[in-house]
Design a protein around this ligand. Structure first.
Ligand code: SAH
Ligand code: MG
Length: 213
């Protein structure tokens, strides 16, 4: 049994359940030659489920790309809940906003363009807090983004991090890559930081889920 085979098996369970908004989003990303790195469908569904199950009303996403994960998160929010999304590239943020609004969330999403660390400091200065975080931007800053989630997170907030296994590079013993080193710190904190109750799921490219206790 290989991971790829079982992932395909699980995806096939959803065959025939066309999701027009997500398919349009993926097509728009391809058309523009943007990278094919939207969150995997199974984890997209999990984002919706986690946001809904936790009753999230103010979500913060770090790394928007074309809006795929933004749509998944927005779908799980309470009625009237909002998504704030941080994205380095103006053209990506513009496409993401278009796609998320087209999926039915106009007026409930805010995109901030620039270095996420700068936007996070601005959000803190504005007194903003959140009850759901999705960390999915530059991998070397994951521990910093986790610190920011702890600062801006309401008690009980969920923190989700994508790609925490770095396509298996996380277990290369002799790795000196800064992303690998940073991601190890991130995963270790998900498992052991006393302020977090967390798990790391090893399917796809790894997903960390933690609750701020
Ligand atoms: N969450 C998206 C995928 C994000 S891909 C989805 O699953 O649909 C990672 C994104 O992070 C890219 O769009 C990239 O431009 C952005 N990014 C990279 N470094 C960043 C930084 N320092 N600040 C903000 N965004 C950054
Ligand atoms: Mg990702």
């Amino acid at each position: 049994m290989r991971n790829d085979d079982v992932e395909r098996y699980v995806e096939a369970l959803y065959e025939g359940k066309a999701d027009a908004a997500l398919e349009r989003t993926l097509a728009s990303i391809r058309e523009r030659g943007m990278p094919d790195i939207s969150v995997k469908p199974g984890y997209g569904r999990l984002l919706t489920l986690l946001a809904a199950a936790s009753g999230a009303e103010a979500a913060l996403e770090i790394g928007a790309l074309g809006g795929y994960s933004g749509i998944c998160i927005a779908r799980g929010l309470r009625p009237g809940g909002t998504l704030t999304s941080l994205e380095l590239k103006a053209d990506y943020a513009e496409l993401a906003q278009f796609n998320v609004e087209a999926a039915g969330f106009a007026g409930r999403v805010e995109y901030r363009v620039g270095e996420a660390l700068d936007s996070l400091a601005a959000l803190e200065a504005e007194g903003r807090t959140f009850d759901f975080f999705f960390i999915d931007a530059d991998k070397g800053n994951y521990p910093n983004y986790l610190d920011w989630a702890l600062r801006l997170g309401r008690p009980g907030a969920l923190v989700v991090g994508d790609n925490t296994l770095l396509k298996g590079r996380i277990v290369e013993e002799d790795s000196t890559s800064p992303s690998v080193r940073a991601m190890r710190v991130f995963n270790e904190r998900i498992a052991a930081d006393p302020r977090l109750q967390g798990v790391v799921l090893p399917a796809y490219d790894g997903l960390a889920i933690a609750r701020i206790v």
